[in-house]
Write a protein that binds this ligand. Structure first.
Ligand code: ADP
Ligand code: MG
Length: 615
């Protein structure tokens, strides 16, 4: 039989390698920025169009390349950074694998201009899908400029796999943060579709953190400093009261490179023991310096996963250094850093005057008589626990009249209606409900017991309400008497800008979005003033985490996010009216069976099931 093994042609090998190195536009950004840093640049410009799908350009003032080097740089395994295996254990540069440019050039249109400081002329090189299109000598400024256009032009499956422009831009910003935070002595400019979103002058690491995440960071940082034989730790942790439910501002850098390490993350969390609420994560920016011999960076093509020789010692050093800092800077446990939202005054009530409670005395009351109506006692027992819920519905009732989009709105007439059930099935419901475990709302219907998951059901109701408002632009807005000032980082403001139209449709309105301190001038009627901050923070966090990456539209993402944030949670007490309203509203939905996150909203336990159990 003939031999069947062939060596792959270079351009095919490069495309395969590209699959590992370049997952999305952000990967190109990372590689180009790292090359610029390795080239000793003191000024780096990043220019992006359409989330990097159309253009990614990095311009640096570094050492540049000669004509031959420029040509060679696009070959696979071509690098100036190492020459033998031993060099791998003394790495001072970000790159060393010599495959980034080759990979990028295999799957995009690349344009490179480069000049060494001592050469008079530079080189202009054009490459498309690994093929050199042109090469000429040109006058150009010292340093290197690489433009990457039409990423994945020759791999349609990969190109189609890219997410929306906003999502890709967010990934690019993440990479940019990672590089900018660990190189404060380099000046960075970042332009997106022609406007400058970051302008970071040379500074130190504390200033760089505030440049990137906004001046609100200034008062949050607690310095961490420790030097041992194994590792030098420096950087900052955020005070525990600023810990967040979402992951986000958590950065480890090892020898000048951003790394991911669940193990070391655990060390930080352990140092915060007793200071954090459940499900809250501390923010941190920690820079570790170890002997290059004791760290293996070469275990993954993107180099964010690394292996330390002595991880256990690092863990211990990190934990004790942070504990020490938290102690030294007097960050004592804060017992009550989140107010109980049960104590908040619902928005609609704030405007109302106080009403004297009506007390009627039952003159015929006989303490020794049998209680006539035990039911009442239960009802009035639950009443005081009503949250903003009741006002929420009273607002919405008014809204229904104003809005023509009643199919999505809450109908609290007490008449059950459903597209799923025969009219008589639900109308034979008892009309009474009760709450089980503060988690389920239970009612009876003709065929048995209806058990509704209160959180998911309310999410569904709100999701359809918000989706309707966003598409029909019918949100009921509540003008704030005094605009609320909130500070956001450039990335957060960018997300707000992305969402601005949808947010306006549900009732939010902002001013000074260009400035660090944004003014919130109006909010949806159902968002109480005290919750605006949390709602917006959560909304932004959801988007950062790619909450809606699989959503079909931005409206969908926003509606999901808002409904998740505002829905009644498990563990919250609902009074009778709210329970009924929830049942009605759920079955008024177009898709009552599933929550927006596609979980079941209710189940029915039939009398046959019960018969079987009791057999
Ligand atoms: P690596 O960074 O792993 O060496 P790359 O494919 O990223 O591999 O780059 C190949 C080579 O091209 C580098 O080793 C470097 O010599 C050169 N190079 C790439 N980008 C630049 C730049 N911005 N300035 C100067 N030289 C560069
Ligand atoms: Mg490189």
């Amino acid at each position: 039989m003939a031999d069947i093994i062939k060596l792959l042609p270079d351009h095919v090998a490069n495309q395969i390698a590209a699959g590992e190195v370049v997952q999305r536009p952000a990967s190109v950004v990372k590689e180009l920025l790292e090359n610029a840093i390795d080239a000793g640049a003191t000024l780096i410009k990043l220019i992006v169009k359409d989330g990097g799908k159309t253009l990614i350009q990095v311009v640096d003032n570094g050492i540049g390349m000669s004509e031959t080097d420029a040509r060679l740089s696009f070959e696979r395994h071509a690098t100036s950074k190492i020459s033998c295996a031993e060099d791998l254990f003394a790495l001072k540069t970000k790159g060393f694998r010599g495959e980034a440019l080759a990979s990028i050039a295999a799957i995009a249109h690349v344009d490179m201009l480069t000049r060494k400081p001592d050469s008079e002329l530079g080189v202009h090189l054009k490459i498309e899908g690994s093929k050199i299109i042109s090469q000429e000598m040109v006058a150009t400024s010292k340093g290197t400029s690489i433009s990457v256009k039409n990423l994945f032009f020759n791999i349609p499956a990969r190109r189609n796999f890219l997410k929306s422009i906003q999502v890709e831009l967010r990934h690019i910003m993440d990479e940019f943060h990672r590089v900018a935070l660990v190189n404060p002595s380099i000046e960075f400019h970042f332009y997106n579709n022609g406007s400058e979103i970051f302008n970071l002058p040379q500074s130190n690491s504390r200033q760089r953190i505030t440049q990137v995440f906004g001046s609100k960071m200034k008062d949050r940082l607690v310095p961490v400093e420790e030097q041992t034989e194994v590792v030098k730790v420096s950087g900052f942790v955020c005070k525990p009261e600023f810990s967040k439910k979402s992951r986000g501002e958590q950065f480890f850098f090892a020898n000048g490179r951003f790394i991911k390490s669940p193990y070391l993350h655990h060390a930080v969390v352990a140092a915060f023991e007793g200071l954090l609420k459940a499900d809250h994560y501390p923010g941190y920016f920690l820079y570790l310096d170890v002997d290059p011999k004791s760290i293996d960076i070469n275990i993954h093509p993107t180099k964010t996963e690394v292996k330390f020789d002595d991880e256990h010692t690092l863990y211990a050093v990190l934990k004790s250094a942070i504990k020490h800092s938290l102690g030294q800077f007097n960050v004592a446990p804060v017992l009550d850093f989140e107010r109980d939202s049960n104590l908040d005054t619902p928005y609609a009530y704030k405007e109302k005057g106080a009403v004297l409670p009506k007390i009627s005395v039952d003159a015929t009351f006989n303490p020794f008589a049998e209680p006539a109506e035990p039911k009442k006692a239960v009802g009035s027992y639950q009443k005081p626990n009503v949250k903003g819920w009741e006002s929420l519905y009273s607002n919405i009732d008014e809204d229904i009249e104003k809005s023509s989009f009643s199919s999505v709105h809450i109908e609290s007439e007490g008449q059950w209606q459903s597209s799923m059930y025969e009219e008589d099935e639900l109308s034979q419901g008892s009309g009474t409900t009760f709450q089980l475990q503060r988690k389920y709302v239970v009612s009876t219907i003709k065929s048995g017991l209806l058990v509704i998951h209160q959180n998911r059901a309310h999410e569904r109701v709100l999701y359809e309400k918000f989706l309707g408002e966003i598409t029909l632009k019918k949100g009921i807005s509540q003008q704030l008497l005094f605009p609320l000032s909130m500070t956001f980082s450039p990335q957060e403001r960018n997300i707000l800008k992305e969402l601005q139209e949808g947010l306006a449709n549900v009732g939010f309105s902002f001013e000074k979005l260009e400035e660090e301190t944004v003014e919130v001038t109006a909010v949806p009627a159902m968002v109480s003033e005290s919750r605006i901050g949390t709602v917006l923070d959560q909304l932004i966090a959801n988007h950062k985490e790619g909450f809606g990456e699989d959503s079909i539209s931005q409206a969908d993402v926003l509606a999901k996010s808002l409904s998740k944030n505002l829905a009644v949670k498990s563990g919250e007490v609902l009074d009778q009216e709210s329970q009924m309203a929830l049942v009605n509203d759920l079955f008024g939905c177009k898709e009552p069976t599933l929550s927006p996150m596609l979980k079941k909203t209710y189940t029915i336990i039939s009398d046959r099931d019960l018969d079987k159990k009791l057999d």
